[in-house]
Write a protein that binds this ligand. Structure first.
Ligand code: RB5
Length: 152
């Protein structure tokens, strides 16, 4: 595991899974640097606001990673990928989560509380956080994402 510390954030749709994952990380001895988002599921917020704040924290802390939880993980992923330097993906299975790190050098994992059961969510998280970027040909491709952008 090359990630040294983790930031986690959610909107109201992801509060329960966010807290479950904090407990899971603490149990694994992973440093949770900050927990962003509402205290309760009854406190409605806009997921792009949480995503932007979490991405800023991840970019400011070298070697860190971010976890964003909403109802589906999709709104968080779309929002996070608007931030330059962030590579985010939503995953619902451990293979995809591992590949997000190994091939895409993702620094943010997005999860859907309304998609994942709690045990599967922990397995998906573990697959992401325990994987390392493989570099090589993947580094060239990731550089193209970060540096070139694209025209529609
Ligand atoms: C909130 O109801 C819900 O839209 C949000 O959590 C997320 O699923 C959006 O992508």
């Amino acid at each position: 595991m090359s990630v040294t510390e983790v930031f986690i954030g959610s909107d109201h749709g992801g509060v329960t899974l966010r807290e479950l994952l904090v407990t899971h990380m603490e149990g694994r001895g992973i440093l949770v640097r900050a927990r962003l988002g509402p205290e309760t599921a009854g406190d409605s917020v806009d997921y792009p606001d949480v995503a932007r704040a979490l991405c800023a924290a991840v970019l400011a802390a070298e070697g860190s990673a971010g976890i964003l939880v909403c109802g589906t993980g999709q709104g968080m992923a779309i929002s996070a990928n608007k931030v330059r330097g962030i590579r985010a993906g939503a995953a619902s299975d451990p293979f995809s989560a591992r590949m997000l790190r190994a091939h895409n050098d993702a620094n943010v994992l997005c999860l859907g509380e309304r998609v994942l059961g709690s045990e599967l969510a922990k397995v998906v998280f573990d697959a992401f956080i325990d994987a390392d970027f493989e570099g090589g040909r993947h580094a060239r491709r990731v550089a193209k994402i970060d540096n070139e952008g694209s025209e529609a």
